[in-house]
Design a protein around this ligand. Structure first.
Ligand code: NDP
Length: 277
């Protein structure tokens, strides 16, 4: 059986460190959590994020707006939060209802409060390797790999998925860690041949248990980003965990792998934001 990369345990370590840091620095970080509508998954995610904030001493401010909220109303709120000195980070939970242009909303957030790392300025800084906010899921994944002292230098990392929030930013972070990176997507030819070459395989495609044993190299490190709810209510990743776990060196479970690390990374970003003048 492979080494389990325990995101729950590592995220707890990070939370303990942040709690201590906040207490000692006398920082009083504030995070605005903006939720528009009642998407059930978003309601759960924001609840978890607020709970994690409370655990470490970050004050969270909830803004729950009705589904019919207009672009103008949401932009007005963001403007207010941009100016609010108690608020160091602004998180707008995605997806937003269809009448709202999410890209415009993200671009209206003050880049210094963009703790999700989605603002074009922060995305540009990531590309250039300049300091800035990195998006939470990729940041959490790198943190998890590092805290297990797994080697990244010169390793072939294959990412399945090219979204703006996971695949693309993660590719940049892995490049900065000197991995050799391949990004795959739905039009990739011979996907199993490519994934089978990965020293580090990241599955971020949103297809339940898609990655099977024959798609994975023996001894690889497998990071499963997927969170898929089956008809029977069970939460599974994009990797067929039971098939793959016996041939790999290390693997993240779902739940308890990348999910808690994403939240820990959001907290890290918020504490960092509170350090800005
Ligand atoms: P998106 O739907 O935005 O992107 C999915 C990507 O996977 C796309 O690039 C798509 O290709 C690619 N893809 C889809 N099907 C295939 C296929 N059959 N073969 C190869 N590539 C494929 O998803 P997200 O990045 O937002 O999320 C991915 C998964 O990660 C989801 O399960 C989501 O719930 C989970 N997630 C988990 C988080 C956590 O904290 N644990 C955080 C964020 C996401 P193309 O571009 O060609 O369409």
């Amino acid at each position: 059986m492979a080494l389990l990369l325990d995101g729950k345990k590592i995220s707890q370590e990070i939370k303990n460190e942040l709690k201590k840091e906040i207490k000692e620095s006398k920082l009083s970080p504030g995070l605005a959590v903006v939720l528009v509508g009642e998407n059930p998954a978003s309601v759960i995610y924001t609840k978890h994020k607020k709970k994690a904030c409370a655990e470490v001493g970050i004050k969270s401010f909830s803004y729950e707006l009705p589904h019919e909220t207009t672009q103008y109303e949401l932009e007005e709120l963001i403007e207010k939060l941009n100016l609010d000195k108690k608020i160091h980070g602004i998180l707008v939970q995605l997806p937003l209802p269809e009448q709202i242009n999410a890209q415009k909303i993200i671009a209206s957030i003050d880049p210094k409060k963009d703790v999700d790392g989605f603002h074009p300025l922060n995305v540009g800084k990531l590309m250039l390797g300049l300091p800035g906010f990195r998006s939470a899921t990729p940041l959490g994944i790198i943190e998890l790999i590092k805290r297990y002292n797994l080697d990244l230098v010169g390793q072939h990392a294959v990412i399945v998925g090219r979204s703006n929030i996971v695949g693309k930013p993660l590719a940049q972070l892995l490049l900065q860690e000197h991995a050799t990176v391949t990004i795959c997507h739905s039009k990739t030819k011979n996907l199993p041949e490519i994934t089978a070459q990965a020293d580090i395989l990241v599955a971020a495609l949103g297809r339940p248990q898609f990655i099977k044993k024959d798609m994975v190299k023996k001894g690889a490190v497998v990071i499963d980003v997927g969170m898929n709810r089956l008809d029977n209510g069970k939460l599974v990743g994009d990797v067929d965990f039971d098939e793959v776990k016996n041939i790999v060196e290390a693997i993240t479970p779902v739940p308890g792998g990348v999910g808690p690390m994403t939240i820990a990374a959001l907290l890290m970003n918020t504490v960092k934001a509170a350090g800005f003048k």
